[in-house]
Design a protein around this ligand. Structure first.
Ligand code: ATP
Ligand code: MG
Length: 351
């Protein structure tokens, strides 16, 4: 099922939680709502589920206007952070429950619930109570319970945040597998960029209730719409050095150092950030752009070097045959990709 969100506004008294939000979500996709705490992700999800109604705007499921439709009629499956399983019921009873409400005959209920249990790999635990399951297993049951009704739309609000780091990775891959196997259109909420990058067809990045960018994960990383997007994605975080535009170039150190990075149609004196990814730095003795080594550290198979550039400590993955030592002066230049120039105030992208 396709979803259209049209100029959605949600106000709580004088607080605007979601502002003029428009997006089309294609059928069968997994789309992630990503953004920092308080940016309006859950509010948006709750409007999709019908728990909340928008103050303005329209929501369409295919061609149906569902803006003010009650949650039961929407055909959605919901999974929250706290699994919210019924503690006194067994796994099988928990998964069956939504079908019982819909008065599906008992034999069919059990058959469908067992199929779902197999899909999420809890078929050997059907007679256990939630208290006898691990967090990951409980979340699997919650997903099975949400899917057993064969919803048109699956909504997941931070479903992995109660799990430890390893289980999170395992479960996010499981969610993607289950989503691909069932083909159900899915909206997944998280504030974890790595989680979003690894499982989504598309990501919607939000800030203060406003959509910042809606694109494929890699495109968000390679072509951020603004400084906020560039800052939000990537580990280690993107490097940022303050600069000033002079003669179509970005100068660092309050205009002392020519960075060799060019921008078009930006007025002289404009204050900017030169932002670059750690993988976009190249060591080059002949480059006029000089930096000073702070330290190198081994991170897994990579060596990351921190160095001072334009008065700011930044980091890069640099291939060097010889070991770089503290206070050593190095020449650097940048690759064509992963280097951006943003307005210092507005975050608007110039390069
Ligand atoms: N029922 C409510 N009444 C008043 N304000 C609310 C209500 N629900 C949410 N808000 C406000 O709306 C904004 C968005 O909240 P929301 O819960 O959607 O954020 P979120 O992105 O899900 O954050 P988190 O990652 O912390 O879950 C916040 O400023 C929040 O305080
Ligand atoms: Mg939330």
């Amino acid at each position: 099922m396709k979803i259209r969100l049209e100029n959605i506004v949600k106000r709580f008294d004088d607080n605007t939680a979601v502002n003029n939000f428009s997006a089309d979500i294609e059928s069968g996709e997994l789309v992630t709502l990503l953004g920092p705490s308080g940016c309006g992700k859950s509010t948006m999800l709750n409007m999709l589920s019908g728990i909340l109604y928008p103050t303005e705007g329209k929501i369409y499921f295919d061609d149906d206007d569902v803006t003010y439709m009650s949650p039961e009629k929407r055909g959605i499956g919901l999974v929250f952070q706290n699994y919210a399983l019924y503690p006194h019921m067994t796994v099988l009873e928990n998964i069956c429950f939504p079908l019982e409400i819909k008065k599906v005959p008992k034999a069919e209920r059990i058959e469908r619930a067992k199929k779902m249990a197999e899909l999420v790999h809890v078929e050997t635990m059907l007679n256990r109570k939630p208290g006898q399951l691990s967090g990951g297993q409980q979340q699997r049951v919650a997903i099975a319970r949400a899917l057993v009704k064969e919803p048109r739309l699956l909504l997941l609000d931070e479903p992995l945040s109660n799990l430890d780091a390893r289980l999170r990775i395992e479960m996010r891959e499981e969610i993607r597998r289950i989503q691909l196997e069932t083909g159900v259109t899915t909206i997944f909420v998280t504030h974890d960029q790595e989680e979003a990058m690894s499982i989504s067809d598309h990501i919607i990045l939000m800030k203060l209730g406003v959509l910042q960018q809606y694109d494929k994960p890699q495109y968000l990383y390679d072509q951020p719409a603004n400084c906020f997007v560039a800052d939000f994605l990537g580990n280690p975080p993107i490097n940022k050095v303050e600069g000033i535009v002079k003669g179509g170039k970005v100068w660092l150190d309050n205009g002392e150092t020519d960075s060799t990075v060019a921008v078009k149609d930006v007025a002289d004196g404009t204050k900017v950030y030169l932002s670059f990814r750690a993988e976009s730095v190249i060591l080059d003795d002949k480059s006029p752009l000089k930096a000073k080594v702070v330290m190198t550290s081994v991170m897994g198979k990579e060596i990351i070097t921190s160095f001072v550039l334009g008065g700011k400590e930044v980091r890069g993955y640099m291939n060097s045959d010889v070991e770089l030592v503290r206070d050593q002066e190095i020449g650097i230049r940048f690759k064509k990709t992963g280097v951006f120039v943003f307005d210092y105030e507005s975050g608007e992208r110039y390069l």
